[in-house]
Structures are given as structure tokens and as C-alpha cells.
Design a protein around this ligand. Structure first.
Ligand code: 5RP
Length: 224
């Protein structure tokens, strides 16, 4: 079992009967989806799952999990997802998956949000390893870019085929920016308060706990 799979399996201990479980997106979250589907079937847990992206919804359906739509929930019991970066205060950077709105809604509406990562995701400051993504309404992107240029450097995200702009599942563009001043609280406030930004990749004060794997061992960090 690799470190991503190991930490995904460890997260299963927080699942219990009749829960509504939020499913993340990415390779670590995929291991959790498979493990959850297996346990749900074997132990008849009556889990219902809500996906953070179309990709994770397809994955969950294939694995045999009963899926409910986001429109059908007001809150969820548990959200398990990976992250691109995590710091000692459980601030996260997310967003490679283009589904920031859904991911943050699940994080915010979860009674318990547990992040599953391997040691490579640990950073001293959010933004150390990756640019910070902001999902912007298409008509607003140049105004927003101009505002963000006062604090950092970056540009609009290009799609995988490199023949146009990347489009999120909500039909928006993404601006990826590096900021020299890496103060997570200030950057979170700046991006949250900039009109035209629908959502951004800093998950500040949202995670309740993190499971972190390193060479076959797992450590935990919990919010007080
Ligand atoms: C998607 C995410 C993922 O959780 C993040 O990219 C981690 O992916 P992986 O588990 O494949 O390393 O935030 O938006």
C-alpha cells in the first residue's frame, strides 16, 4: 500500500452507519472512494455520498456508492479530501481539480472535515509550492487580474489542450497567482473580498483535522 492509499484507508475509521459523506477529488480521494465503497457494501452501512466534482461522482458511481446531489443536502456528516498544500494550522491550498465552489461548500457544510495527505504536501507557508488559484467570472477576469497584480504575479489558466482558457465546472476561468507576501489570513481576506472572484484555493479555518502519511506511518493534527 502506498502512502496515499494508506492515509485514505485510515480515514475510514471516521465513517459510521447512515452518514452523508462528502467525496473529494484527486488521487488520494480516489483511494478513499474505493475503500469507502467496499466497506459500505461489506458492512451494509447505508452511506450516501455527495461528490465534489463530476470526476469523483463518476468514480463513486463506478465503485457502487449511492450518490445524492448537492441540491438535496443542507449539511453533511463527514468530508474527506486531499490537498495540494497544508500548513501546521491546517490551512490548505486546493484547486487543481477546477471545482473549488463544490469543494469549499462541502468543507464548510461538513460536521467534520478531515484532510488526507502524504508528507510531500506539508509546507511552511501556503503558496510555497504552487500558485494560488482563483475562480473568476469570465467577464471579470481582466479586472480581477489587474487587482491581483498589485499583490502578486500570475495569469489566466490555459486548458490542457493549450488551445484556450481552462473552464471550471461552473463555467468560470481560473487565475493562478504567486504572492511574495505569504500571509494566509491576509491572502484569504484579499481573495474573498475581491469582486468577480467566485471562489479561491485557500481553505482557511475549514479543516478540523488532518491525517498525514510518511513512509508507511501516519500522524494526525487536530484543531483545538
Ligand atoms: C483538487 C484537490 C486535490 O485534493 C489535490 O489536488 C490533491 O490531489 P492528489 O490527492 O491527487 O495529490 O484539491 O481540487
Amino acid at each position: 500500500m502506498n502512502d496515499k492509499e494508506l492515509v485514505a484507508h485510515q480515514a475510514l475509521q471516521y465513517v459510521s452507519e447512515n452518514m452523508i459523506v462528502g467525496l473529494g477529488t484527486g488521487s488520494t480521494a480516489n483511494y478513499f472512494i474505493d475503500a469507502l465503497a467496499k466497506r459500505n457494501k461489506e458492512e451494509k452501512l447505508n452511506i450516501r455520498a455527495v461528490s465534489s466534482s463530476v470526476v469523483s461522482m463518476i468514480k463513486a458511481k463506478e465503485a457502487g456508492l449511492p450518490i445524492i446531489a448537492m441540491e438535496q443536502i443542507k449539511e453533511i456528516d463527514l468530508y474527506i479530501d486531499g490537498a495540494d498544500e497544508i500548513d501546521a494550522d491546517l490551512s490548505l491550498l486546493k484547486g487543481r481539480g477546477y471545482d473549488l465552489v463544490r469543494e469549499k461548500l462541502l468543507a464548510r457544510s461538513a460536521k467534520k472535515f478531515i484532510v488526507i495527505v502524504d508528507e510531500s504536501k506539508i509546507v511552511k507557508k501556503i503558496g510555497n509550492n504552487f500558485p494560488i488559484p482563483s475562480e473568476v467570472q469570465p467577464f471579470a477576469w481582466e479586472i480581477v487580474k489587474n487587482i491581483l497584480m498589485k499583490k502578486g504575479t500570475g495569469d489566466i489558466r490555459i486548458n490542457a489542450a493549450k488551445d484556450g482558457y481552462a473552464i471550471t465546472s461552473c463555467g468560470n476561468f481560473v487565475l493562478d497567482f504567486n504572492y511574495p507576501e505569504k500571509n494566509t489570513a491576509e491572502l484569504n481576506a484579499l481573495l474573498s473580498q475581491t469582486p468577480g472572484i467566485v471562489e479561491h484555493g485557500i481553505f482557511y479555518n475549514l479543516a478540523h483535522g488532518a491525517l498525514i502519511s510518511n513512509n508507511g506511518k501516519i500522524r494526525e493534527i487536530w484543531k483545538n
